[in-house]
Design a binder for this molecule. Structure first.
Ligand code: MN
Length: 301
């Protein structure tokens, strides 16, 4: 039998560049109490290309309400918003006419491209009953050539997202995007992006091989995980260096739940202003002008 240490010795393992403990949660609209890991630090967004934002709603119980709970109509241009529901139910409507409701295990992959208006809120029956919401939203940059593409909406239902079972019954890996152990991701991505949801039992091991140039991060959503000598706890956002082609992790809790993000950096000038992510100042001004002129369409109330 090959031990963990021997496996790792075969390949150089990436080290940890730095760790961000959960920042103080803030409200997005009146519906989402999130830890914002990337968006408030432009330097970090450059380091974690193509990712522009990770807003994480840790499990939180919302009381019942008769009101629409969430974020009203707002625009996006130049990137993609990906929403993962772990618990609870979230609805979305946009100006292309697309919309839908996502629940546990479902993912909504929305390509804003040249522009959409949308609103995001708790699904009505869920809002009325109240309950636990656990979700994350990731913003993924688009390269210049695709920033003004047609908007697209991919509803990835739980059943359409394949998973790999780890050796030794260590746990499971759901492949939202990219590829893992021969399982291809459900999402069509604009550039190479990996998005994995990993669940490990106590002592369960997970290894990931990664392109040398790709950026790699993980968020510990539940439990704890070790990388080499270091152990990361719930809420930690771990940014790996580019020192090797793989990482090897081991769960240090009865139930560990991770979101692992990786991707090919988009090596272009980036200007992010509120809901727009473009390459130049001029394009940002254009986005605001187009928005004011109604070019993003209309969204029925
Ligand atoms: Mn939005």
């Amino acid at each position: 039998m090959v031990t963990h240490a021997e496996c790792v010795a075969d390949m150089l393992e990436r080290g940890v560049d730095f760790v961000i403990p959960a920042p103080r949660a803030h409200w997005v609209g009146q519906g989402f109490l999130v830890h914002g890991y990337i968006s408030r630090d432009p330097e970090l967004a450059r380091k974690l290309s193509p990712f522009l934002l990770l807003d994480y709603q840790a499990p939180f119980v919302y009381p019942p309400t008769q009101h629409r709970r969430g974020v009203g109509a707002h625009p996006h241009r130049g990137f993609e918003t990906v929403t993962l529901a772990f618990e609870g139910s979230i609805a979305h409507h946009d100006s292309t006419g697309a919309g839908g409701v996502i629940g546990p295990g479902d993912v909504q992959w929305m390509t804003a491209g040249r522009g959409i208006l949308h609103r995001e809120y708790h699904e009505r029956a869920f809002a009325r009953a109240g309950g636990r919401l656990h979700m994350a939203q990731v913003w993924i940059n688009l390269p210049a050539a695709k920033k003004m593409c047609e908007p697209r909406y991919q509803l990835l239902e739980a059943g359409s997202i394949g998973h790999a079972i780890l050796p030794d019954d260590a746990g499971t890996v759901r492949v939202v995007a990219g590829e893992y152990a021969g399982v291809r991701g459900a999402a069509h991505t604009a550039t190479p992006v990996g998005m994995l949801e990993v669940r490990l039992r106590l002592g369960g091991r997970f290894q990931l091989e990664i392109e040398a140039t790709h950026d790699l991060t993980l968020l510990v959503m539940e439990g704890a995980v070790a990388s080499g000598e270091r152990v990361f706890a719930r809420g930690d956002f771990v940014v790996f260096d580019h020192g090797g082609p793989m990482i090897a992790l081991e769960s240090r809790a009865p139930s560990t739940h991770l979101l692992v993000l990786s991707g090919e950096p988009i090596d272009e000038p980036l200007l992010q202003d509120g809901p727009f992510a473009m390459n130049t100042e001029r394009e940002i001004r254009r986005a605001y002008a187009d928005y004011r002129a109604g070019a993003f369409g209309i969204l029925a109330p």
